[in-house]
Ligand binder design. Structure first.
Ligand SMILES: [Zn+2]
Length: 270
């Protein structure tokens, strides 16, 4: 049995799996990638964005996974891929031009919102555990080209922009955050790949603020419904592998220094 034999992340058929680019190849994902896993990054004394010298599996074709059967790979590519590519390219062009300070949203003309969101959900199906029940209705949503309306009590999809180059796939994890002295936990999965980032929130709490811009309503459009959309310019810096961590390199360095100082002081006193 070849090493790419397994269950398709969408239709669950057991077969020879094909390589799925995550994000699509034409969305700045055509050059060789050097993915490293989180445990290697956290192992030694290095800054989290520094992947130099780490062992990696060289992916000549870009970042992705052997996750989909051939049919699912072809279908999602032809049904949904173009709108994702279009938005990535528009955002890349905007970053290249230096966005004026008084601009707070980016307008995108003639896009199919449902196709865009289905491409994103398909990527989340590929990176998450295929046996997790919470993924099943997402799979159904992607497999049926015309299905619409994600259940907003169960899922919320937030989006942001990023100039950072580290690609991150974070499967479903529980994130604990301290907001206004209240501890909040949330189940999220996140994909970041220049110039876009997405947070999929499971069982979102109504009226709670989450990072990014809520685009779940894109799922209410029809497959053939074209729209002109405006997305608030929410830009995040991403320098480590943890979900929903958007610290700048300076902030991370400072935190590492403080931790070192703390350990030194506490060791030194012994
Ligand atoms: Zn399949």
């Amino acid at each position: 049995m070849s090493k790419s034999f397994g269950k398709c992340a969408l239709c669950r058929k057991e077969c020879e799996l094909s390589f799925e680019h995550i994000p699509p190849r034409a969305a700045f994902n055509a050059s060789p990638a050097k993915p490293v896993t989180g445990d290697k990054m956290m192992n030694d004394d290095r800054m989290p964005w520094d992947t130099s010298g780490l062992r990696y599996t060289n992916q000549q074709q870009g970042m992705g996974k052997f996750s989909l059967c051939k049919d699912c790979n072809n279908n999602t590519g032809s049904w949904y891929g173009n709108d994702y590519i279009k938005i990535s390219q528009i955002m890349h062009a905007a970053f290249c031009e230096t966005i004026p300070e008084n601009i707070n949203a980016i307008g995108i003309k003639e896009i199919y919102p449902l196709r865009f969101i289905k491409q994103i959900i398909s990527m989340f199906c590929s990176i998450n555990n295929i046996e997790d029940e919470r993924i099943q209705s997402l799979r159904d949503f992607v497999l049926d080209k015309t299905a619409k309306g994600l259940d907003k009590t169960k899922y919320r999809l937030n989006m942001y922009f990023t100039k950072s180059n580290l690609v991150k796939y974070a499967p479903l994890s529980v994130v604990i955050k301290l907001d206004d002295n209240k501890v909040q936990s949330m189940a999220v999965s996140e994909i970041t790949a220049y110039p876009l980032g997405f947070i999929l929130i499971f069982d979102p709490i109504k009226d709670r603020e989450y990072d990014g811009v809520d685009i779940t309503f894109f799922s209410d459009c029809d497959y053939d419904e074209l729209a002109n959309i405006e997305i608030p310019l929410c830009i995040k810096e991403m320098n480590d592998i943890f979900p929903m961590h958007y610290r700048s390199k300076e902030e991370i360095k400072q935190c590492v220094e403080e931790n070192k100082k703390w350990s030194k002081e506490n060791d030194g006193g012994q």
